[in-house]
Design a protein around this ligand. Structure first.
Ligand SMILES: [Zn+2]
Length: 80
């Protein structure tokens, strides 16, 4: 999958990263349909944090659940 990866202050790259996987009983895998880089990311982008290169930006996401660790959870496959 593609992701926006922090390289250092004022340096972001769109890169191929490892596909997500279920690791915990509460995990879901979501196909992202909309996302953004929010103001919180600007602190890292402008070098005001100790963020290390390799961090994936973008936490304001919307999408469709593709896999769920718990079939009976509220986040079942196909829910948005
Ligand atoms: Zn945010």
């Amino acid at each position: 999958m593609k992701a926006v990866v922090f390289q250092g202050p004022y340096d972001l790259q769109v890169e191929d990263v490892e596909d997500p996987k279920i690791e915990q009983p509460t995990d879901v895998v979501v196909r992202i349909t909309s996302t953004c880089i929010c103001g919180s990311d600007l602190h890292m982008y402008e070098g005001r944090t100790d963020a290390e290169p390799g961090i994936v930006f973008g936490h304001e996401n919307q999408g469709i659940v593709r896999r769920s660790a718990q079939a009976s959870s509220a986040s079942r496959r196909g829910t948005a």
